[in-house]
Design a protein around this ligand. Structure first.
Ligand code: SF4
Ligand code: ZN
Length: 420
């Protein structure tokens, strides 16, 4: 491992070498979000010149040293930026870098995005003197370094006070919703180009996400408009234009332009990708997928499991075990990492039967997306579908799922098996 000299003022080593580092629960001093279920969010906002004091770091609530070892805390990371050329469209692009920049620090682990992030600080890092204020040092230094053309002032507010986090959460949710709304109406057919995202290739060599209007990056943080904005900010950066070019298979979602990009991005290991299938030449996965989807043991249906769910799935594996085989930049037919919003996309694995294939997902995931799931079910003419999706309160094994599907007459039962 090559350890870069710390370019940011923190008491631990800093550099891409630490990006893939994971921190196990027993090695964790403090965590926020994820399976600890505390209130969390991260938000980057464009502000006026007078509203941003460059370099300012504010902490509201306790810092690490005031927590006992093994605690969980609420956590908001608020980043305010100002720059003459900054645009609102760029906010989410810069916000996604929070993930990368924090992960570069030894002993800090970050996954997820928006109000679904999950952060761990290792015991070693804390004993080396890392505090939550250092998040500010990292983000201010790196954002100004990486985005010097559009950002001239950065200030960071870190909040661990639960009430204050909850008080500010609605503003964040509003911003996220506004960003998503801008994308509505765009379809894969209505554009001539998609984008690559190669941000994760440093720890998942050969992986690129194909970002399409109806399919966001598997981390859930980069949609087509974000990728487009990122490409405008930095034409030689991690997001590149893919002209669709020739349609090779419209059912499976295969274009010559996408194949070329995947061939390049995979260091010539992969020749084709079917963007509308998880069974045949599916997209690769890095490690930051919000959700893993896969075929059930009887090959009749699809299950979905989110990162925060620690229990068993009907294929006899937990998320962590599945993640071990699905990640790392490989194609794993039958399984795939996705952003959670892709579940309700009209282009959700249409080549494999689409939305109505889904037969199981954790209750938390189902409830948190119920409205969108219901909308999609109605659109497909099966208004009672959402309640036909089993969860862990119904079953966590193959047998139980088959029985459940028969009992509710699940639509996937009348489809051809996923593997024939
Ligand atoms: Fe980009 Fe995909 Fe990584 Fe998200 S998961 S940062 S879209 S490469
Ligand atoms: Zn990734």
């Amino acid at each position: 491992i090559i350890v870069n000299l710390a370019p940011v003022d923190i008491p631990v080593a800093y550099g891409p070498a630490f990006e893939g580092e994971s921190i196990r629960k027993p090695d964790t001093y403090l965590e926020a979000g994820g399976s600890s279920k505390t209130a969390v969010f991260e938000l980057l906002r464009m502000r006026g010149e007078a509203e941003v004091e460059d370099g300012r770091i504010t902490l509201i609530g306790k810092d690490v040293s005031e927590f006992e070892e093994g605690s969980a805390t609420s956590l908001a990371i608020l980043v305010d930026v100002y720059g003459k050329k900054m645009q609102e469209d760029f906010e989410s692009v810069l916000e996604r870098r929070i993930h990368l920049f924090l992960n570069f620090a030894q002993g800090i682990w970050h996954t997820g995005q928006r109000n679904l992030n999950w952060i761990r600080l290792s015991k070693d890092a804390v004993s080396s003197g890392v505090s939550l204020r250092h998040f500010g040092n990292i983000l201010i230094t790196k954002l100004k370094e990486e985005f010097s053309s559009i950002v001239s002032r950065v200030q960071v507010t870190i909040i661990t006070d639960e009430e204050e986090v909850r008080r500010r959460l609605p503003e964040a949710l509003e911003r996220y919703a506004a960003r998503d709304a801008r994308l509505a109406g765009l379809t894969d057919e209505s554009v001539d180009r998609f984008f690559t995202c190669g941000l994760c290739s440093s720890f998942a060599p050969g992986h690129i996400c194909i970002i399409m209007p109806e399919r966001l990056g598997l981390c859930g943080a980069i949609n087509w408009l974000d990728a487009k904005a990122a490409q405008e900010i930095d034409p030689h950066g991690p997001n590149q234009i893919i002209l669709k070019n020739e349609v090779i298979d419209s059912e499976k979602g295969q274009w010559s332009g996408v194949n070329d990009a995947v061939y390049e991005g995979s260091n010539h290991k992969l020749e084709r990708v079917n963007t509308y299938s998880m069974m045949e030449d599916p997209m690769t996965s890095c490690g930051c997928f919000e959700v893993i989807i896969g075929m059930t043991s009887d090959m009749q249906a699809v299950f979905a499991v989110n990162r925060e769910y620690g229990g068993m799935t009907p294929v006899g594996m937990k998320f962590s075990t599945l993640a071990g085989s699905v990640g790392g930049g490989k194609q794993t037919p039958g399984f795939m990492g996705i952003g959670r919003k892709y579940l309700v996309s009209r282009k959700f694995i249409p080549a494999d039967g689409g939305f109505l294939r889904i037969a199981w997902m954790p209750k938390d995931l189902k409830e948190s997306m119920r409205e969108q799931l219901q909308e999609r079910a109605e659109e497909l003419g099966v208004p009672d579908f959402v309640d036909k999706i089993a969860d862990e309160t119904i079953t966590t094994d193959t047998e139980g799922l088959i029985n459940w599907m028969t009992e509710v007459n699940h639509p996937a039962l009348s489809m051809l098996p996923l593997l024939q």
